[in-house]
Design a protein around this ligand. Structure first.
Ligand SMILES: [Zn+2]
Length: 113
């Protein structure tokens, strides 16, 4: 399951940050996901709760912020937000495109004590 693999990576990241910050208990984890990560939030919360069970983040609340996808056309240089299933450039129609935003997956902050 896609969500579980990411949740395990996230739990490991959170444990690392908690240890750097000297936290022994993480109460809340604020994460940022790009739209292309395509997680199902409810499934992800459940997967994270499972992955974090034996870590300092056990039982932590998860706050997920999704960043909308943004592309840059390599042909004409336009930056645009793609339609759901249409990634080609809306200005010139090129499919030579780069992802500007949408593949993010990082921990914004953790809260605890
Ligand atoms: Zn273009």
């Amino acid at each position: 399951m896609h969500e579980l693999r990411i949740a395990e990576d996230l739990a490991a990241m959170v444990a690392g940050y908690a240890s750097e910050a000297g936290l022994t208990k993480v109460e809340k984890v604020n994460v940022i996901f790009g739209q292309f990560i395509q997680i199902v939030p409810d499934l992800f919360v459940a997967a994270f709760s499972e992955a974090a069970r034996d870590t300092v983040a056990s039982g932590a609340e998860l706050d997920i912020e999704i960043i909308p996808a943004e592309m840059r056309c390599l042909s004409c240089g336009s930056e645009y937000k793609p339609a759901a299933d249409l990634l080609a450039c809306g200005v010139c129609g090129s499919v030579e495109i780069a992802v500007v935003h949408g593949k993010e997956l990082f921990v914004k902050s953790i809260e605890g004590g």
